[in-house]
Design a protein around this ligand. Structure first.
Ligand SMILES: Cc1cc2nc3c(=O)[nH]c(=O)nc-3n(C[C@H](O)[C@H](O)[C@H](O)COP(=O)(O)OP(=O)(O)OC[C@H]3O[C@@H](n4cnc5c(N)ncnc54)[C@H](O)[C@@H]3O)c2cc1C
Length: 375
């Protein structure tokens, strides 16, 4: 079968892969995105915090959130039923927009830039030589030769494995997460409320559109076995102990379908090697309590697009620029991952949680300019 040549091959059509493809397509690069699924991912994050909104606005994409997204500017936190603090988001707040809808819009914009998407693409081999990716081969025999290869292929990244980059995955074993979508109630429409309990539970309620709300429940593993085997009445009994101002959601929870979500942190030893780099969940993962994963991923894609464009096909320059401009992002990511870990460790203790809470990271994110550089 024929070999296709392109400037940049991106493995993974999630937020990171699609956004980078759009930026590179706009700059005239020939980009091919390889996605193992039949389309862009169907589920994922909901919150676009201010740093993500700023990145999208810088690229003329404010509309992706402005017209259709739901804007909020406060999250109220509770501990054992009592309000303990409000996180306030100034200057336009944050946006709630289901992941699939957001990625779909970026994907649609890619088509106008001539980006090629290969869906249902089963990656069979990633050939490397002298620390560079030479060629990608699909199970159906198609081959792809690219000047630059980006692993935007999620936490189990095949590109990362092919590059031999070490990873450290730490599941949040003491806090199992369940999610359900339920009809919107008045309390959820009014305010985002996040409840913690000293028994190690959490419950988060927020709207995702005019009709529906998302409910996240986090709980210790031993409780998960009991509660979700015994059914919903037992869940409600537990929630009633610490969820005070959202009781109008309780009836809907009886009929909800609960999905279990695996959450782990991920750290890796390097973000690039030769002509290949990792992006998004292939490079780092923090606890979703920070709400910042997409913000950092979008900014990382911006940096990668600049680096790839500046290198202009010069392999040595690309390697140097990735080292100087992209690798330092590990500092900002590490800080975010540590922050997520500290929130998870502290949330059952009111005072410890308030002490761990960092408005600079939670609301604004770490400005890249203040992140220390490796060189
Ligand atoms: C429960 C949860 C809630 C979160 N909530 C938020 C939030 O509210 N706000 C926020 O900012 N961040 C949040 N995050 C983080 C956010 O989801 C990530 O930062 C973001 O999705 C990263 O995008 P991505 O493109 O790397 O990953 P993904 O969306 O995972 O995309 C990876 C893509 O690669 C594809 N792929 C994988 N392997 C291959 C292969 N071998 N070949 C081809 N394709 C492949 C997958 O099918 C997928 O389409 C949350 C994370 C979790 C787990």
């Amino acid at each position: 079968m024929a070999t296709t040549s392109c400037d940049v091959a991106i493995v993974g059509a999630g937020l990171g892969g699609c956004f980078l493809a759009l930026l590179l397509g706009r700059r005239g690069h020939h980009v091919v995105v390889i996605e193992q699924g039949p389309s862009i991912p169907s589920a994922g994050a909901d919150f676009l915090k201010p740093p993500a909104l700023r990145v999208l606005a810088r690229h003329g994409l404010a509309d992706l959130t402005g017209r259709h997204g739901l804007r909020r500017d406060v999250i109220r936190y509770y501990h054992d039923g009592d309000p303990i603090q409000e996180a306030r988001y100034p200057e336009g707040g944050f946006v709630i927009r289901p992941y699939h809808e957001l990625v779909e819009l970026i994907y649609a914009s890619c088509a106008m830039q001539g980006v090629e998407f290969w869906f249902d693409a089963d990656l069979d081999d990633i050939a490397t030589r002298d620390g560079r990716v030479e060629e990608l081969t699909l199970a159906d025999g198609r081959r792809l030769h690219a000047g630059v290869v980006i692993g935007a292929d999620g936490s189990k990244s095949a590109v990362r494995q092919a590059l031999g980059i070490e990873q450290c995955v730490m599941p949040y074993e003491r806090l199992l997460m369940r999610v359900a979508t339920v009809p919107l109630s008045a309390s959820v429409a009014q305010l985002n409320r996040l409840y913690f309990s000293s028994e190690g539970w959490l419950a988060y309620f927020y709207p995702i559109n005019r009709d529906q709300a998302r409910v996240f429940v986090g709980l210790p593993p031993e409780d998960d076995k009991e509660i979700f085997q015994d059914g919903i009445p037992a869940l409600l009994d537990e929630l009633k102990k610490f969820v005070t101002d959202s009781s109008d959601v309780f009836n809907a929870l009886q009929l909800a379908t609960w999905q279990r979500i695996k959450v782990s942190s991920l750290r890796v030893s390097a973000y690039h090697q030769g002509n290949a780099a990792l992006l998004g969940s292939a490079a780092f993962a923090c606890h979703p309590m920070t709400g910042m994963g997409m913000s950092y991923t979008l900014h990382d894609a911006e940096i990668l697009a600049d680096v790839i464009t500046t290198a202009g096909g010069d392999g040595e320059l690309l390697d140097r620029l990735l080292y100087a401009r992209y690798e330092p992002r590990r500092h900002a990511h590490r800080e975010l991952i540590d922050y997520g870990d500290s929130l998870v460790a502290a949330f059952s203790d009111r005072d410890a949680y308030l002490a761990a809470f960092r408005p600079d990271l939670h609301v604004h994110g770490t400005p890249a300019e203040t992140a220390p550089h490796l060189v």
